[in-house]
Ligand binder design. Structure first.
Ligand SMILES: NC(=O)c1ccc[n+]([C@@H]2O[C@H](COP(=O)([O-])OP(=O)(O)OC[C@H]3O[C@@H](n4cnc5c(N)ncnc54)[C@H](OP(=O)(O)O)[C@@H]3O)[C@@H](O)[C@H]2O)c1
Length: 306
């Protein structure tokens, strides 16, 4: 891949863009007019030299977009992409890296049958530098696992992206069926993110006995639904898998907690809602999930603890 356009120059968008730029890939950031000045001095990973990339706004001329990384939040993906659709080539390949499920379906519905949508599950940890939003802090190394969501390209299209990410120094692999991978990540996010945001604690605090009972109750509630979801149980079982993730990410501030702190909309509609919808289709009810989803989407957070 010789060139790539990045829409959503936030934490992950900048992480990928700066790795590609450093590896010699031609990178253009697709920006709203109000964002252009933010990147005038270049982009980069914190503590590394800044890299110059092309800054493109909607009204500026540019070549048809053939490879696009869509790196906004799930809540913004379809609306951010819509004005750029006319600039996509007929055989464009798009890669989405959003957490949860739902935004992929929204974006797939916008594309032509000749265009391809790839989706990824990402375990990299990154955040925008508080001192300079053109810089990203790579807080934890992880992996990008990607596969075809919809469209014209077969797995060969995925290999192009995987090769490009690997050459840029990131860990990436292709999967033949991305849906179970996204469901597994969704389930982990479902059990961790809402509770960390609710209690305003880093991930590792959910290993505390009093908080562990809360995510175990959520997991218990999902029991009758799990066999219907397109994912297989981890070898050691879900509780052990969740404890493993909590231990490995103990100091992390979940994205939902960060969104709460910043007063931004959370991705709860893409994490809890797909489970509520899947349960409803099977005639099952998830009262704990329903209450948590409703409270969070309405911003009804509990008052901070003393
Ligand atoms: N960060 C991580 O470590 C991580 C790890 C795994 C998965 N993820 C997932 O990756 C996705 C992105 O997360 P993130 O942390 O990178 O979010 P983020 O830092 O908020 O980045 C999103 C970016 O999209 C931009 N954007 C929104 N609407 C736009 C538009 N219409 N035109 C142009 N740019 C637009 C935002 O710009 P403005 O702020 O200027 O609006 C922001 O820079 C989420 O689904 C998240 O759950 C993140």
């Amino acid at each position: 891949m010789q060139s790539v356009s990045v829409l959503g120059a936030g934490a992950l968008g900048l992480l990928y863009a700066s790795h590609w730029a450093k590896a010699g890939v031609k990178v253009e950031l697709l920006l709203r007019a109000d964002q252009i000045s933010r990147f005038a001095q270049g982009i980069g990973c914190q503590d590394q030299p800044r890299l110059a990339v092309t800054l493109r706004s909607l009204d500026a001329p540019g070549a048809p977009i053939s490879h696009l990384l869509l790196a906004t939040k799930a809540t913004q993906a379809a609306s951010a992409l819509t004005p750029w659709l006319v600039h996509l080539s007929d055989d464009a390949q798009l890669l989405m890296i959003q957490n949860g499920l739902g935004s992929q379906q929204q974006v797939a519905a916008l594309l032509k049958p000749t265009q391809t949508l790839l989706a990824a599950s990402v375990t990299e940890g990154a955040y925008r530098s508080p001192a300079d939003p053109a810089l990203v802090v790579h807080a934890g190394r992880g992996e990008t696992r990607l596969g075809v969501w919809s469209g014209a390209q077969a797995i060969s299209g995925v290999e192009t992206w995987v090769g490009s990410l690997q050459q840029a120094g990131l860990s990436a692999s292709a999967v033949t069926d991305i849906l179970p991978v996204l469901w597994e990540k969704l389930l982990i996010n479902d059990l961790i993110n809402p509770l960390t945001a609710w209690h305003q604690v880093p991930n590792g605090e959910l290993l505390r006995r009093d908080l562990e009972t809360q995510w175990l109750a959520l997991l218990d509630e999902l029991g009758p639904l799990l066999p219907w979801l397109p994912l297989s149980a981890p070898a050691k079982g879900w509780p052990a898998r969740i404890r493993e993730v909590l231990t490995a990410t103990a100091a992390n501030q979940s994205s939902m907690w960060q969104d709460r702190l910043a007063g931004r909309p959370t991705e709860v509609d893409f994490i809890i809602l797909p489970l509520l919808e899947a349960a409803q289709q099977r005639g099952l009810s998830l009262p704990r999930h329903q209450a948590l989803w409703q409270a969070i989407r309405q911003g009804e957070w509990p008052p901070p603890a003393d």
